[in-house]
Design a protein around this ligand. Structure first.
Ligand code: GCO
Ligand code: MG
Length: 432
């Protein structure tokens, strides 16, 4: 629009947002974007956006095992485009990075966009002096139900772990157990205090074996024994980690029906979304998927066909808070609830972003919860989350409510690390 016909009140409509100026009087220039890759217990890619008003925002852009690709994407391809732009233009910046790259989607691109998006929501909240959930529309609930993880080498180990979590007040628990006859599988301890594939100086990805027949023969017993020991009140979850085919998943879902799961997670890979239609035709066990999804498109058919019950996207991996709000609203139309991914390879900034979204979304279901036990992690990230009686509470702080200690982060240097890979017993590469 021409300068001569602009309105000289609060809004200045003359500026084209593709320039570095904003249409609103509240212009707040991005002056720098810093990218930190640190390892306080495990690797995190942290984005800090600084503005000319002295207010900064933080975002999480971690892709486990591929951290340096996101850092390079941010440093080399995003940062130069955003210096001088108005930090208030979250929607335009998101579209600029998504559509403007020409190369859409993919985990690296979407994590980089997510880091920026979260940091911009953090800034907007700080400017408004409001927590981000207020900017989303306010609270639908005052506490956030979570599910904790019980893992073990044997059924007894796993159930002892679950008993301890029930004692601590958790209302929902995920059960994973080593499969007899298989050396180590997803969710088992392998002698570590934490089963996650933490930084362990392994030069290359470790390999784990898999056998579907052994797995399918074993898992129903785990849930049968859990119901015998704990009764029907406690809610139970299981993560298949995409190891099955649709008909195998259908079989497992049917076998687990008597044990009334809250949901069965990642029963098959979802590149072919119609795989879930097949599972759905055979079982009433609720289905959840989405932790590796990058955009709403990965979930579109799953949601609109009502093939799933819970959508598990993470803010860090699906492009940030902006698209996650859209996915939640879209899911609500089809009775699908949100159950955000909550693994420890998401930084406390992402966990905080989820807490704001979970406070707001009417169709929130449950949040995966691992906790923030690591000393190094708590030294680097100060977060607004606490746990009480199986629920996460979110303290009222402006923005996302997380702070990041850059000096402390420097002490914990990035360590190259890989997720494991899985092979069938004859050597065939399978899904980890
Ligand atoms: C979960 C996930 C994680 C992933 C991890 C990969 O449900 O918590 O499956 O355990 O394996 O996030 O980096
Ligand atoms: Mg999972």
């Amino acid at each position: 629009m021409n300068k001569s016909n602009h309105n000289s009140g609060l809004y200045k409509f003359e500026n084209d947002i593709s320039t570095n100026e904003s249409p609103i009087a509240h212009l707040m220039k991005i002056t720098d974007i810093k990218i930190f890759v640190s390892c306080p217990g495990r690797n995190f890619v942290t984005v800090k956006i600084e503005t000319d008003k002295g207010i900064y925002g933080l975002g999480d852009a971690t892709v486990n095992g591929r951290e340096m690709s996101v850092a390079a994407y941010l440093e080399e391809h995003i940062k130069p485009c955003l210096i001088g732009k108005d930090a208030h233009q979250i929607e335009d910046i998101w579209q600029y990075l998504y559509k403007g790259a020409y190369w859409r989607r993919g985990p690296i691109t979407m994590a980089a966009i997510a880091g920026i998006d979260m940091a911009l929501w953090d800034i907007k909240g700080k400017v408004a002096n409001l927590p981000v959930y207020q900017l989303l529309g306010g609270k639908s609930r005052h506490k956030i139900k979570v599910y904790a993880h019980a893992n073990g080498e044997t059924v007894e180990d796993t159930l002892d772990h679950a008993a301890q979590l029930i004692q601590e007040g958790f209302k929902a628990i995920r059960l994973q157990c080593k499969i007899p006859g298989l050396e180590g599988t997803y969710g088992t301890l392998e002698g570590k205090k934490n089963y996650y594939e933490l930084q362990s100086n392994r030069p290359l990805p470790p390999e784990q074996p898999w056998d579907t027949h052994k797995y399918l023969n074993f898992i129903p017993q785990l849930f049968q024994k859990a119901r015998e020991r704990f009764g029907m009140d406690i809610e139970l979850v299981h993560d298949v980690h995409s190891r099955l085919t649709p008909i195998e998943a259908a079989k497992l879902g049917k076998a687990l029906e008597p044990y009334n799961l809250l949901f069965l997670e990642d029963s098959v890979t979802a590149e072919n979304q119609a795989g879930y239609q097949l599972i759905r035709q055979h079982t009433t066990t609720p289905l959840a998927v989405g932790e590796i999804f990058n955009t709403i498109w990965d979930a579109k058919e799953l949601i609109e066909n009502q093939w799933i019950d819970y959508i598990r996207v993470a803010a860090t991996h699906c492009g940030g808070i902006t698209p996650m709000k859209r996915i939640a609203d879209f899911a609500a139309v089809y009775h699908v609830r949100t159950a955000p991914h909550g693994a420890p390879d998401l930084s406390p900034i992402c966990h905080a972003a989820h807490a704001h979204l979970n406070s707001w979304a009417n169709n929130f279901g449950v949040q995966e919860y691992i906790g923030f036990g690591e000393t190094a992690l708590n030294e680097v990230f100060k977060h607004p989350l606490s746990l009480r009686d199986g629920y996460v509470l979110l303290a009222d702080k402006p923005g996302l409510g997380v702070d990041f200690d850059e000096k402390a982060a420097q002490k914990y240097k990035y360590k190259r690390s890989y997720l494991p890979v899985t092979r069938l017993e004859d050597g065939t590469l399978w899904n980890w």
